[in-house]
Design a protein around this ligand. Sequence first.
Ligand code: B12
Ligand code: SF4
Length: 504
Amino acid sequence: MKIVLVQPSVEDFYFTPHRSSVLGLRSLAALWEKRGHQCHIVNFPTEGRKGKKIPLPANLEYLRPYMCSNKIKKQTKEISDTTYFRNYYRFGPSMDACIRRIWELKPDAVAVSCFAWSYAEITLNLLKSIKNSNIFKKVLLITGGPGVTVMPEYFSRAADLVVSGEGENSIEEIERYLTLPESVERGRIIIPEPPDNFPFVWNLTNSRKRGFNATTMLTRGCPKMCSFCSNHLIFGNSLRKIDLKQVLEGIDDLIAEVLEKSRSQDYSNIKLHVNFEDDNILFYKQYFLDLLLCLKEKCSRNKIVFTFTVENGIDYMLLKKDYLKQLKDLSLSQLNISLGVMDPEQLELERRTGSLEKLETIISYSKDLNIPVITYFICGLKGDTPEKVVDTITYLHGQSTIIGISLYYPVPGLSDWQDRELFKNIPSNLCCGSSAAPWNESLSTKELITAFRLARTSNYIKKSTMERSVAANLEYKLLQDKTLDKSMVERFFEQSTKVGNIIN
Ligand code: B12
Ligand code: SF4
């Protein structure tokens, strides 16, 4: 059978195409092909060079005053680099174009993924358009993914089969539906058993300037239960990894693919960067070192310059100096740290552990090793205050790190969001971090956006060579800006002048 696996277009203020690797769909395709099916993946958000500007949805109108108008383009770089978003986009083709593309592939079944609840509505619209279109009458329509898993009933009106959780083992049900279409009970929700082992898959892209970029993931599940994270809802609490032997064989295939493409495109110096999307790879420290060593050696034997990152974030509490040195020797090119939250009381509330002393040791050792650091924290958690958030930003301003700020968003089914009915009556795009909605009523939209802009301001100041004059100029301009919370801006500049910063 021919199965077309689809990642729908995304509508948001921004998107990260180099991380949009559809590893879930790749994993399904790898296993389903082994059963004799012909699988074709369509990753719509990565089609086309960049997003197409579209009108701001009516329910996000409250963000308009914070959006930097296009007139600001003419403003200095220091202002444009410290603003909120400017435009709203569609990443990927229009609905009609998507339908046409899928139809041209002549599928027996279409499997649509929803990678986050915040994109539930756009996924549902695609499903409905397929379902209502006569040309797809005989085509089986399946949906799954993290966004579907947390609220499967929302999708059952629009798909023949709704899969909650890991999708690999849903293939038996799909085959049954395809062979006995008359037995199909439309909109059925199934929760397949997780696979015993899952395949090593990757997404490889390349450009002449940057070389090759591969994204992969080696583990699933997490025994921790951070209050804001929905990982356990999809992958459960037990941690699993791909068998090392299987990864090592896969690395040979990855390198062969790189060599083949570089030959056909006539590359002289071959560079390969691998990004691991794992949530907590340091649960398997030795395993990770073993495969990095193998990857580096195989690259070197083939005259490929190898580097790697773990962009989804590394748990600094599990990181020690000697391990970091080993990662550096194995070509770690940037350290992405997940801080989660800084305040000790808050840490407890979020069921996380942390130590600023440890964080500082890791950041300063990274500086010695010449590894750039990005530290991510979440803003707008329950119990957060504007003061706590500014204190986190100023604290990080004093460290050798760039700040990555994530605005809080809820996911149906998390311990604080058990009432799923609530989400049926709210447009799902309100659950995007970029919507800066005051979910926990701890910070208002204005305060969340002020925090976002202060984090960018800190990064901008750190990157500039004339920090003091840039900071003074920005302080003046931000204090004039009526869309910002004045007391947060004042607190930031007052404290950041005291801590100074040590990035350069
Ligand atoms: C890489 C990643 C991204 C990439 C895109 C991923 C992609 N699909 O291409 C990027 C960086 C763009 C991204 C962005 C966001 N992400 Co993200 N992301 C991830 C991450 C770290 C890895 C995804 C992955 O490859 N997993 C591995 C594969 C094997 O798993 P999978 O994709 O879930 O697929 C399995 C099942 O879900 C299922 N399945 C998937 N699709 C389908 C389809 C069918 C038909 C079937 C049957 C089954 C099925 O079967 C697969 C195999 O078992 C996950 C965390 C995680 N551990 O998964 C978060 C995660 C998916 N992200 C999440 C969120 C919320 C976001 C944001 C929306 C957050 C925000 N700031 O608003 C942003 C959007 C920002 C933006 N505008 O860019 C949440 C989703 C929670 C939820 N249920 O709603 C996750 C789970 C993080 C978390 N811990 O909570 N993300
Ligand atoms: S945030 Fe990371 S450590 Fe916490 S539960 Fe999620 S995956 Fe696990």
